[in-house]
Design a protein around this ligand. Structure first.
Ligand code: PMP
Length: 305
């Protein structure tokens, strides 16, 4: 494949198949994991960055001189940073301090400026700071993944169709982590429109509120919410699975050591939930999950040792 923009390498990632020989589950059931960590920026959010800027340019919200500002844990910043190079746009990313230093350095490597907000203020603090910066910087635009319908639309347009085609429509459950909720909502809606019997399982870390728990800090990065994402309201979600940091990290380590799958902790959490779903359902089911990002950006957190 010869390309002239790295954005052309986004998407069409491989799907990994796990069977009962790999993990304890009913003998003919399978878990499929979409390896989104193999996107060029190392995460599923490359799709989002490209879609947000393309759509912003088409609708006239962005022009050649616009500065893009976005609150992000890092992966959306990296995705937007890659796409911004294609369109020659300046970027500023607002990142709560606790998120991994590697992600921040990658955003800087792509030419972005980083603005920090205090960890205690969470993503809500980063959203407020982004809006404040946008009011001060002329011709700036905040795509705001947490509210922008282009976020689920990205996955409805790209990931959903890829998966439906790759698995030839043979999917019984869709199990995926929820951060902004865009991946889950867009992909689930595309699949459910075609597979009405599909079970939908949302995954969160302990410390996220979707199962009625109280909001507190957690070490698994990229998933977990302080407010219910607006995108989820259009879906009937069968179950939320709440995964502890310890369990998520244990599967993240196992995926690396036994399968060479160098993924981040939200992938380990998604896998833990997918395995529980496989064990709950009768034999012969296909469970689909997503591995959103790569391990490289968490090496400093020592979660693989
Ligand atoms: N995993 C990781 C590592 C992420 O960075 C994100 C995005 N924050 C997600 C999962 C969840 O994706 P979404 O925002 O689409 O819910």
């Amino acid at each position: 494949m010869i390309i002239s923009s790295i954005t052309e390498a986004i998407g069409h990632t491989p799907v990994y198949k796990f069977t009962a020989q790999d993990f304890p589950m009913p003998k003919d059931s399978v878990i499929y994991a979409k390896l989104e960590y193999l996107n060029p920026g190392g995460s599923i959010k490359d799709r989002l960055g490209l879609y947000l800027l393309t759509s912003g340019l088409e609708s006239g919200k962005i022009d050649q001189e616009t500065t893009i500002i976005e609150p992000t844990a890092g992966n959306t910043g990296i995705g937007l940073g890659l796409a911004a190079l294609k369109f020659n746009l300046k970027t500023i990313f607002v990142v709560p301090e606790k998120f991994s230093i590697e992600k921040q350095k990658i955003m800087q490597a792509l030419g972005a400026k980083i603005v920090h907000t205090p960890t205690e203020e969470g993503i809500v603090g980063a959203i407020e700071k982004s809006k404040q910066l946008a009011s001060e910087i002329p011709n700036s635009y905040v795509p705001l993944q947490f509210e922008n319908p282009d976020n689920p639309a990205t996955y409805y347009q790209t990931l959903g169709p890829e998966l439906f085609q790759e698995l030839e429509g043979s999917i019984n459950s869709f199990v995926a982590g929820i951060g902004s909720g865009g991946t889950f909502a867009g992909t689930a809606k595309f699949l459910k429109d075609r597979l009405p019997e599909l079970r939908l399982i949302g995954v969160e870390p302990e410390g996220s509120i979707l199962n009625g728990g109280s909001s507190h800090g957690h070490e698994i990065e990229g998933i977990g919410v302080e407010f219910v994402p607006p995108f989820l309201s259009e879906l009937t979600i069968d179950q939320f699975e709440t995964i502890s940091d310890a369990e998520g990290f244990a599967y993240t380590r196992q995926l690396a050591k036994e399968h060479g799958l160098l993924v981040g902790s939200s992938s380990g959490a998604a896998f833990a939930a997918a395995l529980k779903e496989a064990q709950r359902l009768p034999n012969g089911q296909s469970i689909l999950t997503i591995f959103p990002d790569t391990s490289d950006r968490y090496l400093s957190k020592n979660i693989y040792l």
